[in-house]
Design a protein around this ligand. Structure first.
Ligand code: 5GP
Ligand code: ZN
Length: 131
């Protein structure tokens, strides 16, 4: 059983913020910024790529609800909501979870940089990816 399944089953303690029939949320043990929260399905799915859409919509709804609550209660100036899928993308726990990372200022704990690839071929990508 994975570590998040064990937490959901109360085999390992956690700071639980929210729970319903399908969704579970707790504070991340390593707080990138104050209030850093993880929202996940109770059912084990590896990541967003494997999550059934109906379950995903429940996760997203709770993520929005908690994000608003956290921002208000901690007087955050914004929030990053993100998920990592597979180790290549930085996923270290293979139980799907959304990160809610409240933001306070540019010098808080999160550094997120989008670096443009100058040799990217957008037309080729469009041809491959468009439906
Ligand atoms: P990932 O790297 O998979 O996107 O994120 C995994 C997150 O889970 C990390 O931010 C890490 O701090 C958190 N984490 C790992 N083990 C535990 C734990 O036992 N309890 C809690 N609350 N968070 C954990
Ligand atoms: Zn699990």
């Amino acid at each position: 059983m994975c570590i998040f399944c064990k937490i959901i089953n109360r085999e390992i303690p956690a700071s639980i913020l929210y729970e319903d029939e399908d969704v579970f949320a707790m504070l991340d043990i390593a707080q990138v910024t104050d209030g850093h929260t993880l929202v996940m399905p109770k059912e084990h799915v590896d990541n967003i790529l494997d999550c059934p859409p109906v379950l995903l919509s429940k996760i997203i709804s709770v993520t929005q609800m908690l994000s608003k609550d956290i921002v208000r209660k901690l007087d955050a100036k914004g929030v990053n909501v993100l998920t990592n899928a597979n180790p290549a993308a930085g996923q270290s726990v293979m139980h799907f979870h959304m990160h809610i990372i409240p933001r306070y200022d540019e010098s808080d704990g999160l550094i997120l940089r989008f670096k443009e690839n100058p040799t990217a071929d957008i037309k080729r990508m469009e041809n491959i990816l468009k439906k």
